[in-house]
Design a protein around this ligand. Structure first.
Ligand code: FPP
Length: 275
């Protein structure tokens, strides 16, 4: 099953879901398109920013739960390159919330051994946000638990283009040769270099799009869509997504019979690029 909604596990409680989760076969890298803050607020007659504030609380819950479950990397799509086109006041509010989040959560990251990183054009961000990004990155750089990776001023096509430019510069300088270019080598030029292979992408709010998120990295990822709006998403639903993921057959181009000889349905070592 490639594209699925959360039908099979939607009715189960957190405890029932946990009992079905095999923590030895977790996705290594989970990425989330956090969508639906505006609709959550509109449904309550509140300004959009109220939805983003509640969404920030969900970020805390999901970061804590992911880290405790043992996920190696979590990438959150917090602000796309396209989001700069939103009304100025909403953009400013999102930047303030990001700064507030970093100020408040540094302690939680340290307590949970979380390493903070970002992907995207963070130079575009206002000074206060940049200052806190640098501070939290520096202070958590030595942590060895989950990597919390936040996509800020990020676009998937932009990331691939930037990687191509960096590769071109290395080529012109004679540091690399065209024959040496492999998928793995090119991945090293992306913002996500060093993170584990992406296994699962979750998108909330019922939209079924990738929206220019991790275009290269989604090549073999499983996709999980839920109707829940991001502020309503929580630990129970995260576990539901993980259980659903574990129920899928990840074939990486192989046949089902061949897979039996590899490693069942879990994440495949070495990135699973075999076809
Ligand atoms: C999409 O919902 C959400 C965003 C563009 C921003 C996400 C921001 C947060 C979750 C809060 C702050 C984040 C961090 C990391 C501290 P939308 O506004 O497009 O919702 P809509 O489609 O219902 O209008």
């Amino acid at each position: 099953m490639l594209l699925t909604r959360d039908g099979q596990v939607a009715e189960l409680s957190r405890e029932e879901l946990l009992a079905r989760l095999d923590t030895s076969r977790l996705p290594r890298h989970v990425a989330i398109i956090m969508d639906g803050n505006g609709r959550w607020a509109a449904n309550r007659g509140l300004p959009r920013v109220a939805g983003h504030k509640k969404g920030m609380e969900t970020v805390r819950e999901i970061v804590t739960a992911s880290s405790k479950l043992g996920i190696k990397a979590l990438t959150l799509y917090a602000f796309s390159l396209e989001n700069w086109k939103r009304p100025r006041l909403e953009v400013e509010a999102l930047m303030s919330l990001l700064t507030l989040y970093l100020q408040n959560e540094l302690k939680l990251m340290q307590e949970n051994n979380i390493k903070f990183t970002t992907i995207g054009r963070t130079d575009d961000l206002p000074g206060a946000a940049r200052k806190w990004i640098d501070k939290v990155k520096a202070e958590t750089a030595g942590n060895t638990g989950m990597v919390l990776d936040i996509a800020l001023s990020y676009g998937g096509r932009w990331e691939i283009m930037e990687a191509a430019k960096k590769y071109g510069a290395d080529l012109l300088a004679g540091r690399v040769s065209p024959q040496g270019l492999t998928e793995e080598a090119f991945s090293g030029y992306l913002d996500t270099a060093g993170l584990p292979e992406l296994d699962l992408v979750i998108r909330t709010s019922g939209e079924m799009r990738i929206s220019n998120f991790l275009l290269w990295q989604t090549a073999y990822a499983e996709l999980y869509f839920t109707d829940s709006l991001w502020p309503d998403f929580g630990e129970r639903e995260l576990i539901a997504a993980l259980v659903d993921y574990q129920g899928r057959e990840r074939r990486f181009g192989r046949t089902g019979e061949q897979l039996g000889a590899v490693n069942g349905n879990g994440a495949m070592e070495g990135g699973g690029h075999a076809v």
